[in-house]
Design a protein around this ligand. Structure first.
Ligand code: GRF
Length: 200
């Protein structure tokens, strides 16, 4: 399966997926909306083609998404992976990749959609927090859940400590979710929930 990974920054989740060397997965390219994204250097040093589609070069979200879609479609991917991609995508874009667009979000959805999840978890006083891989649908951070991981919130945690504990789990569950997709083990049932088929 051909995979395109979209990043905006550090790219540590992209790196985890690349390092996992998932059987049957070929990373066709890494695309960033920011020319200075740290993850681009890692991808290039691993022989993965990189592209930049700079959102600042486009007059509107629609124009940016159209350019991004052109760049993605040229690579004919089976799966598009959002890995710390920090742009809200238009419904048109999301629908174009229906069923083949994954995202990782740093909270236990449906708790804490949106930004600043670790800070908000601390403020809410939750005792557990975590991360979610989900299919992307037009409603932000609301699509069918593929896999989640839980971490404790510990006394004395600050945002950085909690984020670091969650990130370890992100790096574990995102390659897992991608490997399920690549092995054709994921489907979405009539109620919009993800079924993970047993290995055949
Ligand atoms: C991750 O915490 C991801 O869940 C969030 O942004 C962060 C990206 O980190 N959406 P990286 O770029 O993968 O290192």
């Amino acid at each position: 399966k051909n995979i395109v990974i979209l990043i905006s920054g550090r790219g540590s989740n992209m790196e985890a997926i690349v390092r996992a060397q998932i059987p049957g997965a070929r990373i066709a390219a890494v695309i960033s909306n920011r020319p200075d994204a740290g993850g681009l250097a890692f991808a290039a040093s691993h022989g993965i083609p990189t592209r930049v589609v700079d959102h600042k070069a486009y007059p509107s979200r629609e124009a940016f998404d159209a350019a991004l879609a052109d760049s993605i479609d040229a690579l004919a991917p089976d799966l598009v992976v959002l890995a710390g991609f920090m742009r809200v995508l238009t419904d048109g874009f999301v629908n174009r990749y229906n069923g083949r667009l994954l995202n990782i979000h740093p909270s236990l959805l449906p708790s804490f959609p949106g930004l600043h999840t670790h800070q908000r978890a601390l403020e809410a006083g939750v005792r557990v927090h975590g991360t979610t891989v989900h299919f992307v649908t037009p409603t932000l951070d609301c699509g069918p859940i593929v896999i989640q991981a839980v971490v404790p919130v510990l006394p004395g945690d600050d945002e950085d400590a909690l984020a670091a504990r969650v990130l370890v789990q992100e790096h574990r569950i995102y390659p897992q979710a991608v490997s399920w997709f690549v092995a054709d083990r994921l489907s979405i049932d009539a109620a919009g929930r993800v079924d993970v088929r047993a290995e055949s």
